[in-house]
Design a binder for this molecule. Structure first.
Ligand SMILES: NC(=O)c1ccc[n+]([C@@H]2O[C@H](COP(=O)([O-])OP(=O)(O)OC[C@H]3O[C@@H](n4cnc5c(N)ncnc54)[C@H](OP(=O)(O)O)[C@@H]3O)[C@@H](O)[C@H]2O)c1
Length: 241
């Protein structure tokens, strides 16, 4: 299969670093986000970018379909874009905030997958970027935990329907991105113990920058179809690499 990779959320953080790692390795990348990505300047022929708002389930799907009309099949699709809502208790979290998080972290991946799976060549491997928060249930992670748990199940359900495509819900470990800027900027609060742990991990090998993380993740992703069941939730921190 031609080496073409599809990635959402390429404007910064892990998505941008993954896109750059694949471009450096000679692959072609189709990437989307709302804000522009500078990789097009460096790789004008192999980086294809489209601005798509994943919270917009009205016009997002047709924008994606039109953009990908005529695109080659994808060896790998990384559903990376995601949002982290404010850390606070469930009882303090408005339903609207939960809905917004679900729209981007879960439902957009449904219409993205429906589009990718309807292409003449289906993706070989679909990796949805999940999180340890999908299973930890730590206090304060409200819509984020709910959305990543639902994302894991979304992946399982598609895996059951699509035996020719390998699916993975993948927790990438801690990565020093804009998400961590927010988390590490929160004042210490005994109610939200996990935030204190993240602050301790920052600037240590437990929280690499996105480029370093992407180097490791791209290698690990290559091996997953051979060593994990399709639809499984895989946490990079629990793998013997
Ligand atoms: N950082 C960590 O420690 C960590 C740990 C576990 C899991 N993760 C997961 O890893 C993934 C990447 O996170 P990150 O840390 O790289 O976050 P980030 O730096 O905040 O980047 C998030 C990306 O998602 C895109 N995005 C957000 N809302 C969007 C929307 N409505 N439409 C289109 N794109 C949207 C952003 O682009 P625009 O804003 O330009 O649209 C950006 O490119 C997420 O799924 C996150 O949950 C991160």
């Amino acid at each position: 299969m031609e080496k073409v990779v599809f990635i959402t959320g390429v404007s910064r953080g892990l998505g941008r670093a993954l896109a750059e790692a694949y471009l450096n390795a000679g692959r072609t990348v189709y990437g989307c986000a709302r804000s522009k990505c500078d990789l097009g300047d460096k790789y004008p022929n192999r980086f294809h970018y489209k601005s798509i708002d994943l919270s917009d389930a009205e016009s997002g799907p047709s924008a994606l379909r039109n953009w990908l009309d005529g695109a080659p099949g994808f060896e790998l699709a990384v559903l990376n874009a995601g949002v982290l809502p404010e850390i606070r208790d469930m009882r303090d979290t408005p339903l609207e905030s939960l809905r917004e998080t679900m729209e981007i972290n879960v439902w957009s991946n449904k219409w993205i997958l429906d589009t990718l799976l309807a292409m003449p060549r289906k993706p070989g491997h679909v990796v949805a970027i999940s999180s340890g928060a999908a299973v930890s249930g730590s206090r304060g992670w409200n819509g984020y935990s709910l959305s990543k748990a639902a994302l894991n199940m979304l992946v399982r359900l598609y895996a059951a329907e699509e035996p020719d495509v390998h699916f993975t819900a993948f927790a990438p470990g801690l990565i020093d991105t804009a998400m961590q800027d927010y988390l590490c900027g929160i004042e210490d609060d005994d109610d939200f113990e996990t935030v204190r742990r993240l602050k301790k991990a920052r600037r240590t090998p437990d929280m690499p920058g996105p480029e370093e993380a992407a180097q490791k993740i791209t290698k690990v992703l290559e091996t997953l179809p051979a060593r994990s069941e399709s639809g499984a939730f895989v946490d990079i921190r629990k793998l013997d690499n």
